[in-house]
Write a protein that binds this ligand. Sequence first.
Ligand SMILES: *Cc1c(COP(=O)(O)O)cnc(C)c1O
Length: 360
Amino acid sequence: MGRIYNFSAGPAVLPEEVLQEAAAEMMDYQGCGMSVMEMSHRSKVYDKIIKDAEQDLRDLLNIPDNYKVLFLQGGASLIFASVPMNLMKNRKAGYILTGQWAKKAFAEAKIYGEAIELASSADKTFSYIPDCSDLDIPEDLDYVYICENNTIYGTKFHKLPNTKGKILVSDVSSCFLSEPIDVTKYGMLYAGVQKNVGPAGVQIVIIREDLLTDDVLPYTPTMMKYKIHADNESLYNTPPCYGIYICGKVFKWIKAMGGLEVMKKRNEEKAKVLYDFLDQSKLFKGTVVPEDRSLMNVPFVTGDEALDAEFIAAAKAAGFENLKGHRTVGGMRASIYNAMPKEGVEKLVAFMKKFEEEHA
Ligand SMILES: *Cc1c(COP(=O)(O)O)cnc(C)c1O
């Protein structure tokens, strides 16, 4: 059996070239006589792997020298806790609630201090991004937190909130490296890589140097202190070595494709194929207001749960996998990350057309 079109929200599709290279290097990495999985994280060979990965990421995102790049473990969900532990100096932070992941981060922050809801789109099932141009931001707020691309609901902040000078912290898990960004607009951004960049098990944190201090909340575990990881160049303890190696290959793949401007163009073209179809379809409809649509995660419904289930099953049989929407929202969701070829989306749309005709 060949490879299917995988629309999973995460862990998700990776570039075939990357998987093939990794397969070729599996038994013997560049003449070392061992797999990357088997080598010491303190070896010269591995040091080059992690340093090259960092440099390639810096090149892709134009990361300024006063920002550190950390490769961590524990899931994006652990970062929901390490953000307040490291950054809540006044024990007060503002959260913009645009979906499940922002809500989880908000709930976690409440364990450590006062977390304030600055804005929310819960009133319309998170189908839009609230206006964040003039939020009521208290003077003593430590940071403003957003989930920039909402993996489950398919919305994206196309304009960052006006934080009125406060630090912006952003969860970019599901849009990381999908388009260029201006790193200087953030105090910290982070991504669980299993959405758009690599295998589960690696979190990438990009954080401004002046925010790395020993002044963290009491009882913060050593492993959750960003400064420890920065001081040790992500080698304080054993990092997720193999995952970082794959991320490094994906960075090189993106570079070879032409970088993030090219990725953005590809992603816009790809998403347009699906959104244009949804906008004229009589059977399927997108669930997000057009101006806040994500390029990465596209939820849609027929309005009839039984028909949704029939569609998902028929699509699976035809080689389109993982189109079921998140368990909390139902319907369908196509995640069309960097590594999903345009051809995959075109074929999915052709299949949807046929399904629609058959159910007219
Ligand atoms: C998947 C996801 C998470 C949770 O990631 P884990 O690594 O499973 O903890 C957090 N934020 C966003 C935006 C996600 O898409």
